[in-house]
Design a binder for this molecule. Sequence first.
Ligand SMILES: Cc1cc2nc3c(=O)[nH]c(=O)nc-3n(C[C@H](O)[C@H](O)[C@H](O)COP(=O)(O)OP(=O)(O)OC[C@H]3O[C@@H](n4cnc5c(N)ncnc54)[C@H](O)[C@@H]3O)c2cc1C
Length: 68
Amino acid sequence: MVEEEEVVIVGAGIVGLATAVALKGLGIRALILERAKGLQATGAALTLFSNAWLALDVSQAHFHLFSC
Ligand SMILES: Cc1cc2nc3c(=O)[nH]c(=O)nc-3n(C[C@H](O)[C@H](O)[C@H](O)COP(=O)(O)OP(=O)(O)OC[C@H]3O[C@@H](n4cnc5c(N)ncnc54)[C@H](O)[C@@H]3O)c2cc1C
């Protein structure tokens, strides 16, 4: 039997990946489509405002992140 994803996410940026993690926590499978061939370094640091921390907290994706 072929398993099918219930959700398709376009873009493997932090939003797409966080959405996939949150959906997985709800038992929903997601297929992530990314057009880039690899990772690209841009910017100097990861800035997370309070609403971003809240979203990561809710999705339980925060456990390896610490504010400084
Ligand atoms: C030059 C620059 C410097 C930055 N520096 C910082 C910084 O220092 N610190 C910081 O916190 N933030 C920085 N930012 C902001 C940060 O990059 C964004 O806020 C964050 O990446 C947004 O995440 P996102 O997942 O919404 O989008 P993105 O990270 O842009 O991810 C979207 C993904 O979707 C893919 N995609 C788009 N269209 C399609 C398609 N049709 N099919 C398949 N894949 C697709 C793209 O390839 C991309 O990988 C910077 C942004 C820029 C442009």
